[in-house]
Ligand binder design. Structure first.
Ligand code: NAD
Ligand code: UDP
Length: 315
């Protein structure tokens, strides 16, 4: 049994990480300020004596006493509309917040894991993206508040590893979806599902030919924990390599929901990446990890969770 601190633990991915850690017998301290997360994501764990919830902003404070074996730093807005609405919070949590989480790991002799992102590759000129690629990020564009903050988080993490001897693992997470992705968080999967369920038009930004590779959350969390449990530093791409255009995604969402929603075209956000697909050969070779849930099955499971939340009533 390990004692694990999960920052951002009541967010979408973080809450599934907490579930998996508790299920295998670990003790979890979930630290979250509820900026983009919800307490309801972890309410199923509240009665468990191995789970505790600390409401705190990791930019200001990371109030965890006692032994810690692993710090998993997932706190950060992740949806483009949210990090564009919260630019300074986003910059702070991946810079000052990462430093605070690294200091906790250093102080307790714990391993440190950071949730980085495929956005460190920016609008990639190499396809698919392997971990040696340094990326193509506009440092002054609107998305830079997220992309450059995550790149800085990776740099800080490597500095603690090199200069302070902290054992670290850097995961580069590619687009992840599943139950608990907030229906209103503005990402493409939640937007399309809620629009289709309410017979509203599906909003395609740009021509819809840009691609993403979507990973179901159970596959993602299995990969993240494989890295966290290892001694590997990474960086390590964790994502599903099956690539889809947004038009293809819209078609599959219509098929699964049985919706006849039409498609409307809206302007493409500035610096929106054209293509994105992870090369996962490193994680496959080191951990024998690969995703198992295909897009149709994962979307069906997500759709069912949205039905249970009554998202067809527009919530
Ligand atoms: P999310 O917004 O659902 O979860 C983030 C959580 O962090 C929320 O609960 C939020 O309240 C919390 N948080 C934010 N700032 C905080 C602060 N200062 N102090 C304490 N808590 C804070 O997002 P998510 O999709 O679950 O993403 C989790 C992590 O994975 C993020 O670091 C994100 O950058 C990374 N990531 C996610 C994806 C994806 O597709 N979901 C892709 C790449 C990277
Ligand atoms: N997108 C879209 N319609 C929407 C929301 C997003 O066409 O309602 C596009 C967006 O422009 C991007 C892709 O879908 O090209 C994925 O967007 P998301 O915000 O989910 O994640 P990103 O990979 O951009 O961080």
């Amino acid at each position: 049994m390990a004692r694990v601190v999960v920052t951002g633990g009541s967010g979408f991915i973080g809450s599934h990480v907490c579930d998996s850690l508790i299920a295998r017998g670990d003790e979890v301290v979930c630290v979250d300020n509820l900026l983009t997360g919800q307490k309801s994501n972890v309410e199923q764990l509240f009665g468990n004596p191995r789970f505790s919830f600390v409401e705190a902003d990791v930019v200001r404070d990371l109030p965890v006493d006692g032994d810690v074996d692993l710090v998993m730093h997932l706190a950060s807005p992740a949806s483009p509309p949210e990090y564009l609405r919260l630019p300074f919070e986003t910059l702070d949590v991946s810079s000052i917040g990462t430093r605070r989480a690294l200091d906790l790991a250093l102080d307790r002799g714990a391993r440190f894991f950071v949730a980085s992102t495929s956005e460190v590759y920016g609008d990639p000129l190499v396809h698919p993206q392997h971990e040696e690629y340094w990326g193509n990020v506009n440092p002054i564009g609107p998305r830079s508040v997220y992309d450059e903050a995550k790149r800085f988080a990776e740099t800080l993490t490597m500095a603690y590893h090199r200069y302070n001897g902290v054992s670290v693992g850097i995961a580069r997470i590619f687009n992840t979806y599943g139950p608990r992705l907030r229906p209103a968080d503005g990402r493409v999967v939640s937007n399309f599902l809620v629009q289709a369920m309410n017979d509203r038009p599906l909003t395609i930004y740009g021509d819809g030919l840009q691609t993403r590779s979507f990973c179901y959350v159970s596959d993602e969390v299995r990969g993240l924990l494989a890295l966290a449990d290892s001694n590997e530093t990474g960086p390590m791409n964790i994502g599903n390599p099956c690539e889809f255009t947004m038009l293809e995604l819209a078609e599959i969402v219509r098929e699964i929901t049985g919706s006849s929603s039409e498609i409307v075209y809206e302007p493409l956000p500035t610096d929106d990446p054209t293509r994105r697909k992870p090369d996962i050969s490193r994680a496959e070779a080191l951990f024998g990890w690969s995703p198992k849930v295909d897009l149709r099955e994962g979307l069906r499971l997500t759709y069912e969770s949205y039905l249970a939340q009554q998202c067809h009533l527009g919530s």
